[in-house]
Design a protein around this ligand. Sequence first.
Ligand SMILES: NC(=O)c1ccc[n+]([C@@H]2O[C@H](COP(=O)([O-])OP(=O)(O)OC[C@H]3O[C@@H](n4cnc5c(N)ncnc54)[C@H](OP(=O)(O)O)[C@@H]3O)[C@@H](O)[C@H]2O)c1
Length: 314
Amino acid sequence: MTWPPPNSIETIPALEYNGKAGGFAECDDALRTRAFGSLKRQVPVIGQGTWQMHDRGPRAKQVAAVLRLGVELGLTHIDTAEMYGEGRAEELVADAITGLSREKLFIVSKVLPQNASYAGTIRACERSLRRLKTDYLDVYLLHWRGNHPLEATMSALERLVDDGKIRALGVSNFDVSDLQEAQAALRVRSIACNQVLYHLRERYAERDLLPYCQAHDIALVAYSPFGQGEFPSGRSAQGRTLAEIAARLDATPSQVTLAFLTRQPGTFAIPKAEQEDHVRDNAAAEDLQLSAADVAAIDVAFPLGVGDGSLPTN
Ligand SMILES: NC(=O)c1ccc[n+]([C@@H]2O[C@H](COP(=O)([O-])OP(=O)(O)OC[C@H]3O[C@@H](n4cnc5c(N)ncnc54)[C@H](OP(=O)(O)O)[C@@H]3O)[C@@H](O)[C@H]2O)c1
């Protein structure tokens, strides 16, 4: 059986070309999308990260252009945070999306734990909106759990939804018990997503967290899906497994990796890429499907492991 099963994932037409400078490039391909947790919006399974980009100096313009190319290729889910480049990453995203239809984009940002008091969360969101030059965020996340009570942060996030400044709320680096506490602290809204470390050599998320997220309609977004660029060498058994599958599917090992990490319902991945060939590679991974035999081979090469029982963050 191939993954995904033929009717499990809805697709949307790719972004139309509007013929104007700043419009989307013509693209007829359908993108692999799925409902984003309780938000239900169809979102491409592969997005774009923005941490540790060259967001200052002469390379910044080029990086913004690559980010924009990613959007044109369908990677419309952009992940950023007030932390990244101390706000510069959000400004870079603003440059990259200038003139594009806001409704076609899916922009996620995050509040730092030290700012996540009730009033601090609202102020941080407003700062992010200004830097991003947008009226709303699609999802706003608590970056990781800190010292402010979850009740305060969650109620600020709900207030931001009520005020139309964010469409949905979410969390990052939360394990099952944190998710339960966060949900209990919410009045009426539910958590749309949990963004966690998830790559081939760190599959902790698959153990209890993913089943919990699936059961509670929480999208699981894989950050650092390439282990921050730590690819197995082509001479290692792991590297050979990926290379063999990639060669058979006329794909690259990176694409096979993304297909594996997003093979299960409710999963998304946000690789960061500032080189044009990497962005093209990641965008083309949207359509790759792995067979059950491919999944089994990767499972053997990159075992689930036992871990130390706590959610890893790096
Ligand atoms: N919530 C959190 O706590 C948290 C933590 C970490 C990360 N994140 C988010 O997740 C995003 C991704 O994670 P990450 O930046 O840590 O690392 P990553 O996406 O795992 O790896 C990035 C590295 O992979 C390279 N790369 C990208 N596409 C490639 C391809 N197709 N083939 C070969 N190499 C490729 C990039 O190169 P180039 O850039 O040179 O193209 C870069 O060196 C971040 O940018 C951020 O938005 C969130």
